[in-house]
Write a protein that binds this ligand. Structure first.
Ligand code: KDG
Length: 332
């Protein structure tokens, strides 16, 4: 009898180890390369989840659009063919229109204001809207404030943009903004951008400092201006098809690690942006806008706000109120 019980116990032990050791494999693809803060943070996230789950969670990270661009990654999440994605909010607006609100120019005065809004209930509600595309929104990371590069002339005022062909993300707010400024906006996937700049298909593009540096856009662009005209958040999301299969302890590991990696990513992103400005000074002609020129840009894009005010309605009001609240707390 004793022998039977011990054999049974051994059997149960082997069975439970085998059962609990089920491995959940995930992949994620991004447009940026392996020099970006986004890639570094995904590796940080990968290490956290793999260690905390004792290898039950495994993540493969693909950079440089190897799995496709933001849009394809979002589609992959919907279909359940990729497990994770981290796109900019701009292409996401084609699937969940509310996300287009972040592309309104000069919405946030600085990065901390963006954190204040995105980490508030406004952000939580927006993440919940991703259920519509079969996704669970984990949290917001940062792509950052976007600056304008081109190959024709230094941009010192809105007039300088007239007639320039500028690649923009695939998003109507960006198209309207650049059209309003007199440029010729050309929506294009990120993976095609370097070659388009090199071959002169477009005159310019807009992206954060560290993107201009790490993607080597300075090799094919002469001028950059610190327009900081829009702030792009990244959204870290996971396919609901995959999420439903996960045991609760692994869900918790993913959620907690995503937040920890967010803190790491935002900090690194800001440091890398600062460092990139310094490096770009010797590689391109860098123009810093005067306060007056910045105001001229803000005035020139006013029609874009007027057009989208009714579309984004109370969401835009809520964001603007929150930004005001942030300004007050900042000055206290
Ligand atoms: O990995 C990030 C890219 O896929 C994309 O979001 C970059 O801002 C971007 C752009 O201009 O397309």
């Amino acid at each position: 009898m004793r022998k039977f019980v011990s054999v049974l116990l051994i059997f149960l032990l082997i069975f439970s180890v085998a059962f609990s050791a089920k491995v959940y494999k995930m992949k994620i693809g991004i447009g940026y390369n392996d020099k970006s803060s986004q890639y570094a943070a995904l590796i940080y996230f990968k290490k956290l989840i793999e260690k905390r789950s004792n290898g039950r969670l495994q993540l493969d990270v693909y950079h440089s659009s190897q799995l496709g661009d933001d849009r394809e990654m979002i589609e992959g999440i919907s279909l359940g063919t990729v497990e994770l994605a981290c796109p900019s909010t701009a292409p996401l607006a084609a699937f969940v229109p509310e996300y287009g609100v972040f592309d309104l120019p000069f919405l946030f005065p600085d990065e901390k204001a963006a954190d204040y809004v995105l980490d508030s209930v406004i952000g939580v509600k927006l993440l919940q809207k991703l259920e519509k595309i079969n996704a669970i929104g984990l949290c917001f990371w940062e792509n950052g404030f976007r600056n304008l590069t081109n190959n024709v002339r230094p941009i010192k005022s809105p007039e300088d943009l007239k007639g320039l062909k500028i690649r923009v993300m695939q998003n109507q707010v960006f198209i309207d903004t650049f059209r309003t400024l007199g440029a010729n906006p050309t929506p294009m996937a990120f993976g095609e951008l370097f070659t388009a700049l090199q071959q002169g298909v477009v005159d310019g593009q807009e992206n954060p400092w560290q993107t201009i540096y790490t993607m080597k856009f300075y090799e094919v662009q002469k001028y950059v201006s610190d327009t900081g005209h829009a702030y792009s958040p990244f959204v870290l999301m996971i396919s609901k098809t995959f999420w439903k299969k996960l045991p609760d302890d692994l869900k918790k590991i993913i959620q907690d690690s995503a937040i920890e990696a967010k803190i790491y990513q935002r900090k690194l992103n800001r440091e890398m942006n600062k460092a990139a400005i310094e490096k770009l000074k010797s590689l391109m002609t860098v123009t810093f806008l005067t306060n007056e020129a910045r105001k001229d840009f803000q005035k020139a894009i006013k029609p874009v706000y007027d057009k989208y005010r009714s579309k984004y309605g109370s969401l835009l009001d809520e964001i603007l109120e929150k930004v005001e609240e942030y300004e007050k707390t900042k000055n206290e």
